[in-house]
Design a protein around this ligand. Sequence first.
Ligand SMILES: Nc1ncnc2c1ncn2[C@@H]1O[C@H](COP(=O)(O)OP(=O)(O)O)[C@@H](O)[C@H]1O
Ligand SMILES: [Mg+2]
Length: 360
Amino acid sequence: MGALSVRDVCKQFGTSKVIHNVSFEVPDGSFTVFVGPSGCGKSTLLRMICGLESVTSGEVVIDGAEVNDVAAARRGLAMVFQSYALYPHMTVYQNMAFGLENIATPKAEIARRVAEAARMLRLEPYLSRKPTALSGGQRQRVAIGRAIVREPKIFLFDEPLSNLDAELRVDMRAELAALHRRLQSTMVYVTHDQVEAMTLADQIVVLRAGRVEQVGRPLDLYNAPANRFVAGFIGSPRMNFLDGEFAEARDGCAVVSLPGFGLVATDRRADGLAPGARLTLGIRPEHAAIDPVGVVKGGITLVEQLGGLSTVRIDAFDLTVQIAGQTSLRLGETAHIGLPRENLHVFDAAGLALARKDAA
Ligand SMILES: Nc1ncnc2c1ncn2[C@@H]1O[C@H](COP(=O)(O)OP(=O)(O)O)[C@@H](O)[C@H]1O
Ligand SMILES: [Mg+2]
């Protein structure tokens, strides 16, 4: 078992409050990713779960028992850090065995666990090497191996791939996903990289400035972001935002006026909107389309051709459009952009998403 609940947790360092009433559930066996910009409190939250940092108020609950006052070593968790800090004078085997020797695990049991972890992480050929004779990816696998041998209830990872180059990160991402499938242990993983979050998680917790912005499955966050921050943070290239105002309701749905261009119909509920209320349209670059009768018109300021994909940007709203395949559009030409109703998001003046009319 390895279920985790974080309930109304706050953290204050001196007079500065960095975590504000954070609550969420990590079900047993889940791969949960905390994602958010640098400094939003991801590491602090993970360290409070781990027991390396006290909570100012609220509760950390593991398998139904509150652990606020339980020492880190007794919580049954294992943490893997970005800087993997292996002991340079010890072999790979000794690095993985060390933690178990410290708690007087029988030698045969240590050997069994290290062999098992080494097999899983494809480290068997390197067990007698020192860390300096390993690549960055291999070192990071040793650090993960050190966590595996402890057979924790929950694995905690703090940006474990940030020090690796881009190609290796993609490989290690796949290895971590495979490891999770094999171990079926609960994993809580911190990253500032939304692509890592989207590809690894079965649940994402989006954090900003010490607060939870949204919790959900990756595609739910992509398809139905609760607010403008999540909309802009999840998805690459980033969602376009077009500031306008509420014009009228048609069939209960908001029609948005974009100054200088005209009216845009949406499928979002107009409940409670006053005429002239500020509304922002959101459209992802992959959903906006070059369309001769599109409502937004502008001069092309950028054309990028990647072969399989093209990106075009116009001066109106700095709108970016991603096109499948290649384009004959050129810098300086004028383009019309269509905003398909079913792919439009609408945010109110407070940044909250308006609900779809057909949503339950
Ligand atoms: N020991 C500490 N003392 C004071 N402030 C801290 C301490 N640790 C973290 N902070 C502050 O808490 C905030 C969140 O930090 P952190 O959890 O490291 O963010 P993240 O991991 O998301 O980048 C930051 O503003 C940081 O400066
Ligand atoms: Mg951090």
